[in-house]
Design a protein around this ligand. Structure first.
Ligand SMILES: Cc1cc2nc3c(=O)[nH]c(=O)nc-3n(C[C@H](O)[C@H](O)[C@H](O)COP(=O)(O)O)c2cc1C
Length: 393
């Protein structure tokens, strides 16, 4: 699959270091040339011998590595993909600040290859303001991140910090290594996340959209060469490296941002869960507690319908979040809103897409074709959706 592409796989010192072994083995089996590098701390968790055997290549562990021809950190930097799996808080702090006091941090400074971090650590370390700001910085300058998962951690704490699943890591590596520049020259506008509709200065109406699907699409389009405009409601996801990032709160603000950027784009993918209604009046003061409260709601503008009406030769892809009658509702939306493509996702039951890292999309095409996709990571679903859009361009 990887046809001799080079991967520098750097292992740093965390409990999850052993999981890198499976990635190395998979890369090797799929014909990648793997150069493993390990920090001093990583070598305390798993032996270089394991990695050497799996990669069929000498492992680099020292910047003053005499066995390597040339200069170790410069050789390590010359690659098609530079992946740090698992990435400690320490290596991300060093990378974010341009430190170069060991082999891997120096190679990160020297590399021009796409950079991938897969953090794994204790939940408090992960949520620490410094770690979060380092991650934010790294992703804003173009590094890719595979977010850690939530669950029970090796230290006994529960929370976000587990290394992402091996499947998620493989999907990400594949999409980075095999990224075609097939969206070069195209401007893609993506909307993501929920909108929130103010009730008073304290409260708002919202929905359960996490923004993960829209962000995955924006990142995949960027990786495939598109110019990307991401318009997003409030989410907990770190800002990806897109060309224009526009955070909004309400449906009205989203409409303004979409209309302002609509003429500049070739493709619009509306993955946001835009609130259908907003309170008629937004109270200037906090509404005091009373027995019952009646909120009068008014309909929000239908952004999708509005842009589809003036679409010209732009491709417009909508999303539908359905809890029942998915086929019927999706076909109706596709037709009524004059869309080229509609991606429907279930938002209840075992395949509920809201907040999940996976999605089971069904694609409805304008010409009547229906394509039911398997359940897959949102990264993979994003690329599959982009493939479908390319068929229409
Ligand atoms: C048992 C143990 C487990 C650790 N697990 C992690 C971890 O999962 N993630 C992390 O960021 N640091 C972890 N650390 C701390 C790092 O090993 C430490 O910050 C080290 O300096 C990282 O060095 P490196 O980034 O050069 O590999 C752990 C330390 C110990 C002793």
């Amino acid at each position: 699959m990887f046809n001799g592409k080079k991967v520098s796989l750097c292992i740093t010192g965390g409990i999850a270091a052993y999981k890198a072994a499976e990635i190395v083995s998979w890369l090797k089996q799929n014909n990648a040339l793997v150069q493993v590098a390990m920090t001093k701390s990583a070598c305390r968790f798993i032996t270089p011998l394991t990695m050497q055997t799996l990669s069929a290549n000498k492992v680099m562990t020292d910047i003053f590595c005499e066995e390597v021809e040339g200069v170790a950190h410069i050789e390590l930097a010359k690659t098609d993909l530079f992946a740090v799996i698992p990435a400690t808080a320490n290596i991300m702090a060093k990378a974010a600040h341009g430190l170069a006091d060991d082999l891997i941090s120096a190679a990160i400074l020297a590399t021009k290859a796409p950079l991938l971090f897969a953090p794994a650590m204790n939940v408090n370390m992960y949520e620490n303001v410094h770690t979060q700001s380092n991650i934010k910085h790294l992703t804003s300058v173009g590094a890719e991140l595979v977010e850690p998962a939530e669950g029970r951690l090796a230290c006994g704490d529960v929370g976000r910090g587990r290394l992402a699943s091996v499947q998620e890591l493989k999907d990400k590596i594949s999409s980075m290594l095999l990224a075609k520049q097939d969206f070069a020259g195209k401007t893609v506008l993506v909307t993501a996340g929920p909108t929130i509709e103010a009730i008073d200065p304290v409260r708002y109406l919202a929905n359960r959209s996490s923004g993960k699907m829209g962000y995955a699409i924006a990142k995949a389009a960027k990786m495939r060469g598109a110019k990307v405009i991401l318009i997003t409601g409030p989410t907990n996801i770190v800002q990806p490296a897109v060309d224009l990032f526009i955070p909004i709160q309400s449906a009205t603000e989203m409409r303004e941002a979409v209309l302002e950027n609509f003429s500049a784009c070739d493709i619009v993918i509306k993955a946001a869960a835009v609130a259908d209604y907003r309170p008629l009046k937004v109270s200037e003061q906090k509404i005091k507690k009373s027995e019952n409260l009646m909120l009068e709601l008014v309909k929000n503008p239908d952004i999708l319908q509005e842009i589809a009406a003036r679409k010209g030769d732009k491709i417009i892809c909508g999303f539908a979040a359905e809890t029942e009658n998915m086929h019927k509702n999706a076909l109706l939306k596709l037709k009524n809103k004059n869309l080229d493509l509609l991606a429907a996702n279930p938002v209840s039951g075992k395949d509920n897409a809201f907040g999940s890292d996976e999605n089971r999309l069904t694609l409805f095409f304008k010409d009547g074709q229906v394509r039911e996709l398997d359940k897959m990571t949102k990264d993979k679903a994003a690329n599959t959706l982009l493939d479908a859009i390319l068929e229409l361009v």
